[in-house]
Design a binder for this molecule. Structure first.
Ligand code: ADP
Ligand code: MG
Length: 383
């Protein structure tokens, strides 16, 4: 055992599951707080897990009492309770960081205060025709309407194309707390996984992310048609953004590369991130290894975060039939360099993240050739 300390995690989805894969190899015990058969618990047989919701204060307290370091796989958590337990257990990253980041509007204001470029945004009382019109005259159309909280995979965003969209916006976003964001007319999207340790801030390589219907579909490492200079600039911006926050662990930084080559930070995740799954096969240390080591103050050689080989990651989402995602996984079995990850989730819903596939190869074009039949299958399934 390299470390006797126990790690507690709020949330037991696929990120918690892959964190446990990393922890298991080091004999580090991870206690998960989530429902009984959650994806993370399925691969970890010990009696330290807690059954309950990571939104339930009493359950968070129970988790804190069962371990030495508490971390999260999701930011939509009760930071009040984390603040309370922080007196008796280490919480990484800091509850202060989680509190700022879980509110996207506050997160953007905080980044701006710290000199990090983000899209202009404005707080809204609600999506009334008057406010929509007001924002439209300020930002022009289209603009983004976003829920400040509880947003993921585009569930919480609405593109306002004209003032006539007010009723539809209200229908989609209902009474959620809202803000509006200027449209970012990006050339492509980039992401960088950043590792914050007791000693400073390190980064994994820059990747390109491709979203479809606001859900990450693919990541390319390295990014396609992006200069080394731009990739380095993205890493610097991501480092600057994360250096502004308290606490340790990995953070995902999503960015827009605009047509004039300038960069804006889109949003930050205070945890392992979909855009970092490729690191499991493509880098000496994965984002999960790095997160575990960072929160436990274990060594992270900087060169372990490098790209060993170009990689492409394809998400396996729930499709039109209950079996669509299994068909993709089965097809990937025929691909010599594909690593297949299924998350052990129950029923597939359209758009639900069921797994992912990573192909690594000596060149990105070789990886593209191998991945193409799988992308075709995904696209054909959509009809
Ligand atoms: P989520 O929390 O659901 O990931 P994001 O705010 O990251 O929400 O938005 C999801 C996707 O929507 C982004 O990856 C990007 O493709 C698009 N998007 C978000 N904000 C903007 C914007 N201001 N301008 C243009 N596209 C945007
Ligand atoms: Mg996002």
């Amino acid at each position: 055992m390299v470390d006797k300390r126990k790690v507690g995690v709020l949330g037991g989805g696929q990120l918690g599951r892959m964190l446990i894969e990393a922890a298991n190899r080091l004999n580090i015990q991870v206690n998960i707080l989530d429902a009984a058969a959650s994806p993370a618990k399925q691969i970890s047989a010990h009696d330290g897990h807690i059954t309950g919701s990571f939104k339930d204060a009493a359950a968070v307290k129970e988790l804190a009492q069962s371990c030495d370091v508490v971390t999260v796989e999701i930011e939509h958590v009760d930071t009040q309770m984390l603040e309370e337990v922080a007196g008796s257990v280490v919480v990484e990253p800091s509850w202060k960081t989680l509190r700022i980041i879980k509110d996207k509007f506050q997160q953007k204001g905080y980044l701006k205060e710290h000199g990090v470029a983000v899209a202009d945004s404005v707080e809204l009382e609600g999506a009334s025709p008057e406010t929509i019109k007001e924002v439209g005259s300020k930002f022009g159309y289209p603009f983004m309407l976003k829920s400040k909280t509880e947003a993921y995979d585009g569930r919480g965003n609405f593109v306002v194309r004209s003032e006539r969209d007010a009723a539809k916006a209200k229908e989609v976003l209902g009474d959620r707390p809202l803000y509006a964001e200027r449209w970012a007319d990006f050339r492509l999207e980039l992401a960088v996984m950043v590792v914050k340790t007791k000693d400073g801030v390190l980064t994994f390589p820059t990747v390109e992310t491709v979203h479809e219907d606001s859900v990450c579909k693919l990541t390319y490492a390295p990014p396609r048609n992006v200069s080394a200079e731009t990739s380095a600039r993205a890493q610097e911006l991501a480092k600057k953004a994360i250096a502004a926050f308290e606490g340790k662990g990995v953070f995902g930084v999503e960015m827009f590369l605009l047509k004039d080559d300038s960069l804006l930070v889109n949003e930050i995740a205070p945890r392992p991130h979909n855009s970092g799954h490729y690191t499991i096969e493509a880098c000496p240390l994965s984002q999960y290894d790095a997160h575990l080591r960072a929160i436990l103050d274990l060594p992270i050689p900087e060169s372990s975060l490098r790209l060993r080989e170009p990689a492409i990651m394809l998400n396996i989402l729930g499709g039109l039939t209950p079996d669509s995602h299994s068909q993709i996984a089965r097809k990937a079995l025929e691909s010599p360099n594909a690593s297949i990850h299924l998350y052990g989730k129950g029923d597939a819903r359209p758009g639900r993240k069921m797994g992912h596939i990573t192909v690594t190869a000596p060149s990105l074009s070789a990886a593209e050739r191998e991945m193409q039949p799988l992308i075709d299958l995904v696209d054909n399934q959509k009809g």
